[in-house]
Design a binder for this molecule. Sequence first.
Ligand code: NAD
Length: 354
Amino acid sequence: MKLLITGGAGFIGSAVVRLAVARGHAVVNLDALTYAACLDNVKSVSRSPRYAFEQADIRDRAALDRIFATHCPDAVMHLAAESHVDRSIDGPGDFIDTNITGTYNMLEAARAYWHGQGKPENFRFHHISTDEVFGSLGPSGQFTETTPYAPNSPYSASKAASDHLVRAWGETYGLPVVLSNCSNNYGPYHFPEKLVPVVILKALAGEPIPVYGTGENVRDWLYVEDHADALLTVLQKGELGRSYNIGGENEVSNIDLVRMICAILDEKRPAGAPHADLITFVADRPGHDLRYAIDPSRIRGELGWRPSVTVQEGLEKTVTWYLDNAPWWQALQARDGVGRRLGTDQGTGQKAGG
Ligand code: NAD
């Protein structure tokens, strides 16, 4: 297939681009190259004859029309988004513009293109979303595909709105859509403002490791390469109009996750004292969801997908990758906002697990 992948210079999008090219698909990577992007993430495939890059903003409808006309994709995988909860607290406007209006533009450009092609039945518009649209769980229960939406942050509200648009374009215009809602990802090429890389890099620097609140927030952690595999599965086997929850079946509290990373570093890069001694509790994020957990029965039962690694295995691979790729993350540490506390509602960086 020829896939138009938006956000392919970001964390998850680049994993999808790398996997899709490795599996023999042609890929057009559409990305505006915001602060969160890094073309090195796709360097390993950038010379492939099956890879093309288009720098474009999904808020620019004319650019989208040109890219559809030039490349004639068989399917769209839409990942481009503003993705950092803390930044959405400090500046929600970009999240509304990119995640809602940008998705609207993508839907309209895809619909016009699909019409122009004679409405091919096998065309797909796959919208990639988050479990955060479902809000926060108490100590028990899991999100299913029918859990009511109850987003709590500007980020999750903007993603919820984009999910609704995609569903409506499927119902109203017959655009062949599929959706997926995934839990927290971690792995190689994770931008250094998110929890897992923050912990690794602070520990390596011997600096305090910030943990929001009491660290009891629970997330269902999924290795990014497993997510990329799940996304290609949903694209190729998912039923039209249906949404699929994707999870790692790895529920861990933030504080336990931080301790796991510290223990791995104690083995791989021993310091004078246990890295966990650096853990420092800081003021919580406003509106911080307590717990997310995914019921993966649908994707497992209907599409036969399940994650390939446990969180322990995935974290070991991730820590090794960060130890082996210092130039990659060192270059990104100079970007605006990285390393600063964001999202306190006072303008004062890390994503505390989603
Ligand atoms: P990311 O921030 O690492 O990457 C986002 C990419 O989108 C960047 O390359 C950026 O340049 C691009 N982009 C942003 N605004 C754009 C615009 N206006 N036009 C074109 N490109 C633009 O994000 P990520 O963590 O890789 O997340 C990708 C998608 O997966 C998002 O839609 C996110 O909501 C969803 N998601 C993320 C997670 C997670 O744990 N990170 C979990 C579930 C779902």
